[in-house]
Ligand binder design. Structure first.
Ligand SMILES: Cc1ncc(COP(=O)(O)O)c(C=O)c1O
Length: 377
């Protein structure tokens, strides 16, 4: 575990992001996505705070294991948990956990649906279906809707607890992207099919962050934000001016400077002996690929006290070299805190772009060696 490098999570910024979300979609219930350890921010503290301080009552994980961790560590939490992709309800040990802990599997293929409807233990359990309206990943086949309606009726059910779909391209314009428009249309017609067949649809949701930012899909009962709650926009750069999202990054990735030394142009640096780009200074920081600070971050820039550092040479398992020009000499001091990203969303998105990744991945990369710390504890 790192001692001084940490991901500091500012829960008051998280609270502000939630208020901003509610300004965009005041009438929708929120099913908050906390998979992958709440996008790297620590699922247990994030869910505990969301539930007790913000009143969020529905959470989404990818796996049953993630859902069980929440049930075990927040035993008095009376919230819903949906498991989205890794459900495995056909395994006896998994089915028991769903039933005993009231964890809702999101059913997205016909085999799982058949199993669910035929297994008497699930008879009174909430039926949640996710359809493929164009994502082409998981999702029940829209062409099988008629058959699915018959199966549901045969099982004696009169309602679907939650009907879902998922956008494939919500980072693009909701109004101009043909795919987004088609997905919305398909979802509307799906709801109509169920309703005309006399099957009540109690809850519906479609929109992830990109759609919500553009006020897309808000006629459903629920929204399913993930990324935006942690701060960044998920829209591609040219679409960002059309976003209503004004959130801040809820975390700061902090490390410290282990050592500073003067360098000459061409001087070999670290593993691989990369020649130094110019005369100046190198700060060795306490983050490496063992922390999720990857070798491909080489070349990206990081501002520090009004100077611009550049990651040079090969990032090691435990350290990385940051080059500064000569003007930074006075500012660089061993032992001082060095912030890789702070609460500024533009800066965060720029770092993601420079490192050839996406904001989702940048958060999720951080390994367990980097402690997550929280204010308002
Ligand atoms: C089914 C589903 N809904 C909602 C989300 C949230 O997406 P985002 O983080 O883009 O808001 C995800 C995340 O990938 C998802 O898989």
């Amino acid at each position: 575990m790192r001692f001084r490098s940490r991901l500091f999570v500012d829960l008051s910024k998280f609270e502000s992001n939630f208020s901003l979300l509610k300004e965009i979609c005041p009438s929708n219930e929120v099913l908050f996505m906390v998979k992958a350890d709440a996008y790297g921010h620590g699922a247990v503290p994030i869910v505990r705070f969301s539930y007790s301080e913000l009143g969020i009552k529905e959470f989404g994980t990818a796996t049953l294991g993630e859902a069980l961790q929440l049930r075990q560590e927040i035993p008095d939490g009376e919230f819903e948990i949906y498991v989205f992709s890794d459900i495995q309800i056909y395994l006896k040990e998994c089915a028991e956990q769903y039933l005993n802990r009231r964890i809702i599997p999101v059913i997205s293929n016909k085999e799982d649906l058949d199993y669910f409807l035929k297994n008497s233990e699930f008879k009174h359990f909430p039926l949640t279906l996710k359809f493929n309206t164009g994502m082409n990943r998981l999702g029940l086949d829209i062409d099988q809707t008629e058959e699915i309606i018959l199966d549901i009726k045969k099982s004696g059910r009169k309602s679907i607890y939650h009907l879902m779909s998922h956008f494939s391209s919500a980072s693009l314009s909701m109004s101009k992207s043909k795919r987004n428009v088609q997905q919305l249309e398909k979802f509307d017609s799906l709801k109509n099919d169920f309703q005309s067949a006399g099957i009540d649809v109690e809850r519906t949701s479609l929109s992830n962050s990109g759609a919500i930012e553009q006020k897309g899909g808000l006629s459903e009962t629920h929204v399913r934000p993930g990324l935006m709650m942690y701060g960044p926009s998920s829209l591609i750069k040219p679409e960002r001016p059309n976003s209503f999202w004004k959130g801040e990054i809820i975390s700061r990735l902090e490390t410290y400077i282990i050592r500073v030394f003067e360098v000459d142009r061409g001087m070999p640096l670290g593993y691989g002996a990369t020649p130094c780009p110019d005369d100046g200074f190198v700060a060795i920081i306490a983050l490496g690929y063992g922390d999720g600070f990857l070798t491909r971050f080489q070349g990206a820039t990081i501002p520090y006290k009004g100077h611009l550092g550049k990651i040079v040479g090969r990032v090691n398992m435990d350290m990385a070299q940051v080059f500064f020009d000569k003007s930074a000499g006075e500012a660089l001091k061993a032992g001082e805190v060095f912030t890789v990203w702070d609460h500024n969303p533009e800066r965060f998105l720029d770092f993601a772009e420079q490192t050839g990744t996406i904001p989702y991945e940048l958060f999720c990369l951080l390994t367990s060696r980097v402690p997550r710390t929280y204010n308002l504890d």
